[in-house]
Design a protein around this ligand. Structure first.
Ligand code: PMV
Length: 342
């Protein structure tokens, strides 16, 4: 065991889905009902340090300096155990995980995507530093395989293993339901996140998607309509056509929320404030700007626009909704190991 390298920190960026992941076909492996597609963002991210600690009698998780209870640590332990198993390190010391979200936690600003991506990225380095030098039977893990590990902590984290526009493909099983980078997003595309609320959401995405998949009258249509929207968004990205991408993204968002309106009992993550912003997005679009919305498992609205028009749109929204916090973003990078940054 190499005692010199027993701690690693990684930074991973959040992503916002243009085509949503909503429902698992395998709840243990986290295999999705359909392929999703996202944009990784530059300005919202999680920094996570993982350390082997001989003094611990279990794996522990701190988020923003606060020790989390056993329930909130469960999925992290699940992911750590996948790495133990992969690196044949069942008797490895317990791990301290210290995570700092540069994004509000669990408020529909995708902290779980960056969180589990940073965790997985750091764990790969930690285990490879510790166990590879001594072993001739362990293979290096590439980013594709890593994305399948991140997936089992949080589905959306699969896509944060790469930068730019990324697909999480349906796959045939665990080893090929992985992230595939499709475009670096290094062109005239941007997002503005309108944080209506940074409160922790009442209905987790895990519960929300399960309840929807099990009870919604519209859910049987989800996979097919989602694939149709996906095809259009893919074309739009290839053509760098923001209006084509935006229109299909909005349509997919509305169908996604419609599945919840048709659940039994029905529910929604959207609030009156979300709809006020949607209306304003329409108003801005009518004025000639390329501006489109999407929303996830929370009331916050994510706005897709041209990078060259982002400032103008930001200023207009800020003026109209003085109480709403706006986060500007553009295409962000893949995770990286942090050296002397923490
Ligand atoms: O994997 P989770 O629990 O973060 O689920 C995310 C689900 C949505 O954000 C609503 C959609 C998506 O594809 O990110």
């Amino acid at each position: 065991v190499n005692n010199n390298i027993n701690s690693v920190a990684a930074r991973a960026h959040t992503n916002i889905a243009l085509i949503k992941y909503w429902g698992k076909r395998d709840e243990k492996l986290y295999l999705p009902t359909s392929t999703s597609l996202s944009l990784t963002l530059d300005s919202l991210y999680t920094d996570t340090r993982v350390s082997f600690d001989n003094d611990l009698d279990k794996d522990v998780l701190y988020i923003n300096g606060e020790l989390q209870d056993e329930k909130s640590t469960e999925k992290v332990v699940k992911v750590i155990n996948l790495f133990r198993c992969r690196y044949v390190a069942d008797d490895s010391p317990y791990i301290r995980v210290e995570s700092y979200n540069h994004v509000p936690t669990a408020a529909g600003l995708a902290s779980s995507s960056s969180g589990f991506a940073a965790l997985s990225f750091a764990l790969r380095a930690l285990f490879e530093n510790q166990y590879l030098p001594e072993s001739d039977s362990i293979d290096l893990m590439n980013d594709t395989e890593l994305s399948a590990f991140a997936r089992q902590g949080s589905g959306s984290a699969t896509r944060s293993i790469f930068g730019g526009f990324v697909e999480w493909v349906y796959g045939t099983g665990s080893s090929d339901s992985v992230a595939v980078p499709i475009d670096d997003g290094d062109w005239d595309v941007a997002m503005i996140l309108a944080a209506v609320s940074t409160q922790r959401k009442k209905i987790s995405s895990t519960y929300g998607m399960k309840h929807t998949a099990e009870t919604s009258a519209f859910y049987p249509l989800w996979k097919q309509v989602s694939e149709e929207d996906l095809r259009v968004v893919r074309e739009g990205i290839a053509e760098r056509d923001i209006d084509k991408i935006g229109a299909a993204m909005e349509a997919n968002c509305m169908k996604f929320h419609a599945t919840m309106f048709a659940a039994n009992p029905p529910f929604t993550y959207l609030t009156a404030r979300s709809f006020e912003i949607i209306e304003y997005v329409h108003e801005l679009r009518d004025s000639g700007l390329s501006v489109y919305f999407t929303m996830d498992a929370g009331p916050n609205v994510k706005i897709l626009c041209r990078k060259s028009e982002r400032q103008e749109i930001h200023d207009k929204i800020a003026q109209r909704f003085a109480d709403i916090t706006l986060f500007d973003a553009a295409s962000g990078p893949a995770p990286h190991i942090m050296r002397d940054e923490t």
